[in-house]
Design a protein around this ligand. Structure first.
Ligand code: GSH
Ligand code: FES
Length: 147
């Protein structure tokens, strides 16, 4: 019994150290990714670039941001294909398994499916307006001079 306990703890020790060092490494990556998601009001982690998306899901995400008229100066994209650590790190950071990933004002919004469904329901437009990414459309508001 004692031997088994001793064996178990000696087996566990190197594993625990590995886990700890992995966690420390990932904390450094975590703060780098925190900077990346806050680098611009709209941040898209994608495969390829807006000019040359290298996956249909990333292309769709860019097209939706384009249709929503997100200003280029408010958008920053990261090509995860050029950075394997970022590719895995952003998944862990967001707790989201796939690319693309959209952040608005430092908050994770979602991937392609979520963007598409928010776009189709009109929710994305409202969300971008309320986050000061695109200007609010006054819609049916009665002009002051007509009142
Ligand atoms: N259903 C996903 C579609 C995106 C997706 O499935 N991405 C895959 C293929 S591009 C992915 O990122 N796999 C992990 C990887 O390639 O690192 C979404 O809503 O964003
Ligand atoms: S790279 Fe194959 S589905 Fe995105």
């Amino acid at each position: 019994m004692m031997l088994r306990t001793a064996l178990r703890s000696s087996l566990l020790r190197p594993h625990s150290l590995r886990t700890l060092s992995a966690r420390l490494l990932s904390q450094q990556a975590r703060s780098q990714i925190q900077n990346a998601v806050s680098a611009s009001p709209v941040v898209l982690f994608m495969k390829g670039t807006p000019e040359l998306p290298e996956c249909g899901y990333s292309r769709a995400a860019i097209q939706i941001l384009d249709i929503q008229q997100v200003p280029l100066e408010k958008l920053k994209t990261y090509n995860v294909l050029a950075d394997p650590e970022l590719r895995s790190g952003i998944k862990e950071f967001s707790d989201w398994p796939t690319i693309p990933q959209l952040y608005v004002n430092g908050e994770f919004v979602g991937g392609c499916d979520i963007l598409l469904s928010m776009h189709q329901s009109g929710e994305l437009e409202k969300f971008l307006e309320s986050n000061d990414i695109i200007p609010k459309v006054e819609g049916d508001a009665v002009p002051a001079h007509a009142a």
